[in-house]
Design a protein around this ligand. Structure first.
Ligand SMILES: Nc1ncnc2c1ncn2[C@@H]1O[C@H](COP(=O)(O)OP(=O)(O)OP(=O)(O)O)[C@@H](O)[C@H]1O
Ligand SMILES: [Mg+2]
Length: 251
């Protein structure tokens, strides 16, 4: 039994079958990559895991509990955090203020932001935020305007905002998209460090095969909304179905 169990999930958008009979089992403390061509349904699947979309049929269980029908913040409280395909940070706030948002949200028990006033006045939270920024090598940018950060730093900040919630399952939707190679390699190293330090399961969607093969323990290949194959990176590399889905890209 995996910590995350997706069974027979279907999702249609009008006439389009975005997900068709998706089954996925993610084992605890592993990195599970989901790969597949554009439009394969990867983000749709992630949206179903975090309450942004409700599948038409099927079940999604996290640690034995259904996530379906729960609000996104409730799923978050269950221990699932997600890094979006486009970074979701508060551009008009500083890096540090962004970090305080999930901390206040957690303390407050919801994602209402009224408790945001008085940011920085609570020493414990300040230290927690700074320690997390240090862990992702962002401490020296503590007072930078978040909107002015580079794409790589925005991603790192968003990751820190997720990790400070101490998730048991971290979902990453193309964490290195649009990054320069050096930033991509930094992200790989960062995720490896985080993985080594914590009890955390990661589910990562990624087009960059260098990232996938550097991090993944298991890989699911999705094509036209349906898993083609699930296997180890070694077995996936030369798999004929993967070559077919990727036109040789992954082979
Ligand atoms: N809200 C929506 N309404 C209608 N169609 C949608 C919606 N969201 C996604 N789709 C369609 O569902 C299919 C799967 O989209 P999805 O975003 O899940 O693909 P993806 O695998 O994440 O692709 P990419 O690699 O480009 O991010 C696509 O054909 C997309 O156009
Ligand atoms: Mg996507």
């Amino acid at each position: 039994m995996g910590i995350l169990e997706v069974k027979d999930v279907n999702k249609r958008f009008g006439g389009l079958q975005a997900l068709g009979d998706v089954n996925l089992s993610v084992r605890e403390n592993t990195v599970h990559a989901i790969i597949g061509p554009n439009g394969a349904g990867k983000s749709t699947l992630l949206n179903c895991l975090v309450g942004k979309l409700i599948p038409d049929t099927g079940s999604v269980m996290f640690d034995g509990q259904s996530v379906l029908g729960r609000k996104p913040y409730e799923i978050n409280q269950m221990g699932i955090s997600r890094v979006f395909q486009t970074p979701e940070i508060f551009a008009d706030l500083s890096v540090f203020e962004n970090m305080m948002i999930p901390l206040f949200a957690k303390r407050d028990g919801s994602f209402r932001l009224h408790a945001f006033e008085g940011v920085g006045s609570e020493r414990g939270l300040t230290q927690e935020a700074e320690a997390m920024l240090d862990e992702v090598n962002m401490l020296e940018k503590r007072d930078f305007h978040a909107g002015a950060l580079s794409r790589g730093d925005k991603r790192r900040l968003e990751m820190a905002m997720c990790l400070i919630q101490r998730p048991r399952l971290l979902l990453l939707d193309e964490p290195t998209a649009g990054m320069a190679r050096a930033d991509t390699n930094n992200t790989i190293d960062l995720l490896k460090t985080i993985k080594a330090k914590r009890d955390i399961t990661m589910c990562i969607i990624e087009h960059d095969m260098h990232v996938v093969f550097s991090l993944a323990d298991r890989i699911t290949v999705l094509a036209q909304g349906t898993p083609l194959v699930e296997d180890t990176p070694e077995n996936i590399k030369g798999h004929p179905k993967v070559k077919e889905a990727y036109l040789g890209e992954a082979a």
